[in-house]
Structure formats: C-alpha cells, structure tokens
Ligand binder design. Structure first.
Ligand code: NCD
Length: 359
C-alpha cells in the first residue's frame, strides 16, 4: 500500500504520472466524475485549514465519492486524549482513504504505520506538506510548460514554511533546478534541507536577503507567509513579520514570463495590486490543488493492492535510549512513541519522525 507522508514517498515517475493524470482530468473532466462512487475519504484536521481541507472535499465530491471527518481536534476524541494511531485505526473502519493535518510533526507518519487504508499527509507542523507540492508542480508545469531547468526563488519564511521544504525535496529530483533562498537570518531554510536535499542531490542554491537583487533571474517566485503560529517568541515574530512585500514596483524588475506562486493564505506579503498581473498564478494554483488531489486520490486507490507501488525502502531506524529529539513539537515528544533516528548527510543524526537535530 502507498501512503503519502513525504514527497519522496512517491518516485519521480509516480509524481509525473499524477501530474499527467491531473492534466487528463482537466482535458476530460466528465470521464472521472463517477470514478470514486461508493468510496469515502476521511479528512482529519487537527489544525486550521481552508484550501487544503475544502479542496480534498471538493476533489472527492467531484469524483462521485463521499467525505466524512472533523475540522478541529475539539470535535474529535483527541480532546479525550486518544492517540493518533488509535484514531486512524478507528477511522480506517469507516473510510477508504484518509487525509490528515496535524500541528505535531511526524503525526501522519505514525498514523501510516498502523493504518489499513492510505494516509495522506495534509501538513504536519512546519515539517512537510506533500499535497501542496503536487499542486505547486502542476502549477509550474501549466504556467511555464516544464518543470526541469528553472530558477526558483523561495521568499519569506523558509524556516517554518512546510510547503517550501516539501517543494525543494521534490524539485531536487528534476533536472537543472537552481534555487535562490530569499529570507532574513531568522527565517532561513533548515540545515537538513540544505544538507540532506540540496547538497546531496546536487541542487545549486544560494542565500540572499534581497528580493530586489534576486527577482530578475527567476522563472518562478514562490512567496510565503511568515508562520505566526509556529513562533515561540512574539517579539521575534514582530521583528520579521514584514520582511518582504511583493508589489508592482518589484514585479517590474522580473522576467515577463515569471510565475508568482503562493500556497496562500497571504497576509501582507503580496499587495493586491499584483493580483491583476498575468504572472500572478496563485489563484490558478488553488484550482490546481483540487485537480491534483483528484488525481492523487484516484492513484492511491488504484495502487492500494498493487505490489508495483509500495512505500520506498529505508534503512532500519536507529534506536538508542541515550539520544533525544530536540523538537518539542515532534510526535515522539508528545505521544508515547519510541524515539528513532537516522544517520543523515555529514554523519549527522536526525529524528526519524521530524528530521530535527538530536541531543
Ligand atoms: C499552507 C500551509 O498550511 O502550510 N497553506 C496551504 O496549505 N495552502 C501555507 C500557510 O499556511 O502559510
């Protein structure tokens, strides 16, 4: 069975297959309308969401399937102290496939370890967001005509922005990708993405704190919101909250065909004056999110019993009681799961569930 917890759970071939299916859905909408008849999707959302949850719901409805679930943990048994694993064991008796969003990193991963139906990670803390990645890839493909050979700038909160982490991981498997990381010091990309993804996969990247300097060379500008809810220190948030604002003046410095993406919601990092610019792709990106989720649901349901499509093999996790994950928001520090680790690039030990450093 195939779950989607991390973008690399899908091979590049499988990603391209899902994108191609989404494009076929766009061309032949009517062919897919009943394809999930009598199937049920459960959306288990332990954290706020508009686009992701509603696009999963709309995707399943358009395929003729049905949707059940909850949109706040207060309305589930999590409020009574039920573990994530117990919840998915229960929900797996009611639904054929589950999409889960959780503020605790690694929660969808532990869910997948006991689930009898496919689990889709719809965002875990500041860690990963693989279905936004599929949305972003489809958007790049539709806006530029190709995903290979692009220079992409990520701007804003690269530290807590899970959509950035997942998209860089996925792009590292395409050809000729150059990444420009545009962020203030406090919001730089985590080391594990730089080392275990960019350096390991040979992705060219550079860091800058100037959007004006970077923008002329970009084919894609990926704007992000500063993730207020992930800051432990409010003063730190206030210092960086208005770091970068995209406006018409800056758009004038960009290539005539550059595409502006943003996973949304935006706060103030893109002025509304940019919305009318034909290069502003972020509302088209929302629609792509529904289409690609339709393709993902169909694919995971088809692959459920297909031995050709299973989870990738990983080296066995390292278990050592002397080691601890340093991330307070990791599942191993929030529920009773055995701490597990993996040996990453440069001999650095990282948490199996959330990729954080180890003490
Ligand atoms: C993003 C998320 O939830 O990580 N939104 C989304 O899924 N479209 C980005 C964000 O909240 O800033």
């Amino acid at each position: 069975m195939k779950h989607l917890i991390d973008p690399t759970d899908l091979s590049k071939q499988e990603i391209d297959q899902i994108i191609a299916l989404a494009e076929d859905i766009i061309a032949h909408r009517e062919r897919y309308q009943g394809s999930m008849a009598h199937k049920k999707l459960a959306t288990l959302f332990y954290e706020p969401s508009t686009r992701t949850r509603l696009s999963f719901t709309a995707a399943m409805m358009e395929l003729g399937g049905q949707v059940l679930g909850f949109s706040t943990p207060q309305s589930s048994s999590a409020a009574k102290g039920e573990s994530v694993q117990d919840t998915v064991r229960v929900v797996g008796c009611f639904a054929d496939i589950i999409a889960m969003r959780h503020p605790i990193e690694g929660a969808p991963l532990v869910a997948s370890e006991v689930s009898r139906v496919p689990i889709i990670n719809a965002g875990d803390g500041s860690h990963s967001h693989p279905t936004q990645t599929l949305t972003d890839l489809l958007t790049i493909k539709r806006e530029l005509g190709h995903i290979d050979d692009i220079t992409i700038g990520f701007c804003g909160d690269l530290r807590f922005g899970r959509t950035v982490h997942s998209l860089i991981k996925a792009l590292s498997r395409y050809h000729g990708i150059k990444v420009v990381l545009i962020a203030p010091d406090e919001l730089r990309l985590p080391d594990y993405i730089k080392q275990d993804v960019c350096e390991k996969m040979g992705v060219e990247y550079r860091e800058t704190d100037s959007l004006d300097d970077a923008i002329p060379e970009l084919d894609v500008l990926y704007m992000t919101r500063v993730q207020k809810e992930r800051f432990l220190d409010e003063d730190e948030f206030d210092r960086v909250k208005d770091s970068f604002v995209l406006d018409a003046r800056r758009m004038a410095l960009a290539k005539p065909k550059m595409a502006v993406l943003h996973p949304l919601p935006r706060v103030n990092e893109i002025l509304t004056e940019v919305d009318e610019d034909p290069r502003a792709a972020y509302f088209r990106q929302v629609e792509n999110g529904k289409l690609v989720r339709m393709a993902l649901i169909i694919s995971l349901m088809e692959w459920k019993n297909d031995p050709e499509h299973t989870m990738p093999e990983h080296e066995a996790p390292i278990v050592n009681p002397a080691l601890h994950c340093t991330n307070a928001k990791c599942i191993c520090n929030n529920e009773k799961h055995q701490p597990r680790f993996r040996l990453a690039e440069n001999g650095i030990m990282r948490c199996w569930y959330c990729d954080s450093k180890v003490r």
